[in-house]
Design a binder for this molecule. Structure first.
Ligand code: ZN
Length: 298
């Protein structure tokens, strides 16, 4: 039997990482494509997979881990379609329109669900039955897995938009979310940090008072994830989380807010094993997309 090849797409807000891989995860070809608009991005995607397939063999399945909001309900007629994304040109674009020509099954999930899956299979989430992966970067989002399967309701979760306590005396910044202003994303994502202080936390030299302010907001999400999902571990990735000292500050703020209420072996004193950075670094997304493609193989 011919080897089954997977087409994998990690669709990010600024770039797509695309790969052709074997089912065991070995990458045979890989490229970056600027996100720009579907009019430029989709033909480049088709060209990449066409050339990679010509060189290595037919594609048996596609796995897509994408920015959103996007329809990830396999039972929906609009499965794989971008919905209310503010990104120009992307609302209404559908992955099936460009990948359908290859005649292979397509699994579409969110970027954070994909990264969670990658970390669960090969990174910092190995061995966890329930795992939450959160990114704090240009935006904030969380994927929650149970036994390697991503959870959703009528749509994917939107953890970035939870309300958080906002002391306007300590932090007069109004927040940048066009819908809620000072939701978690509006106060703690990369654009909020630049909007408030003009530079990233790392560029500012990671001053402890500013790091603690952001950690306090993110800790509201960490505590909510514990209370709602009781994950075995929380992984925090994304550009903002690379700030030196932010993860330790997040552990401290989360532990303080949990206030000893939850007693479980998973919640180690200091939360050093409980709240961690990604094990795969920036490769979590494409690793997850390959894993989604493996799900499509059935
Ligand atoms: Zn919001």
């Amino acid at each position: 039997m011919a080897e089954q090849l997977i087409g994998a797409i990690e669709a990010g807000g600024t770039k797509f990482v695309v790969a052709l891989a074997r089912a065991d995860g070995t990458v045979l070809a890989r490229e970056r494509i600027p996100t720009e608009t579907p009019a430029t991005c989709f033909p480049a995607l088709a060209a990449f997979f066409g050339q990679a397939s010509a060189a290595h063999g037919p594609i048996a399945a596609f796995g897509v881990a994408s920015f959103g909001p996007i329809d990830i309900d396999p039972a929906s007629p609009g499965y794989g379609t971008f919905t209310t994304t503010p990104k120009p040109g992307w609302s209404g674009a559908r992955f099936h329109d460009v990948l359908g020509r290859f005649g292979a099954p397509i699994v579409v999930d969110t970027d954070v669900n994909g990264a969670a899956l990658g970390e669960w299979q090969a990174g910092a989430g190995q061995g966890c039955r329930t795992l939450a992966y959160t990114t704090v970067g240009t935006g904030v989002g969380t994927g929650v897995l149970r036994d390697g399967k991503s959870l959703m309701g009528f749509s994917h979760f939107e953890s970035g938009h939870i309300p958080v306590p906002h002391d306007r005396t300590a932090d007069p910044y109004a927040g940048f979310c066009p819908y809620h202003h000072d939701c978690l994303e509006g106060l703690a994502a990369g654009p909020a940090i630049k909007g408030r202080w003009g530079q990233s936390l790392s560029e500012l030299g990671s001053p402890s008072d500013k790091v603690e302010l952001i950690a306090g907001y993110v800790a509201q999400l960490a505590v909510s994830l514990v209370l709602l999902h009781m994950p075995d571990r929380l992984i925090f990735g994304g550009g903002v989380m690379k700030t030196p000292g932010l993860i330790p500050a997040l552990r401290k703020a989360t532990e303080a807010r949990l206030a000893g209420y939850i007693k479980a072996p998973q919640l180690d004193p200091g939360l050093e094993r409980y709240i961690v950075g990604p094990g795969l670094g920036d490769d979590a997304g494409i690793t997850g997309a390959i894993a989604l493609g493996r799900q499509a193989l059935g």
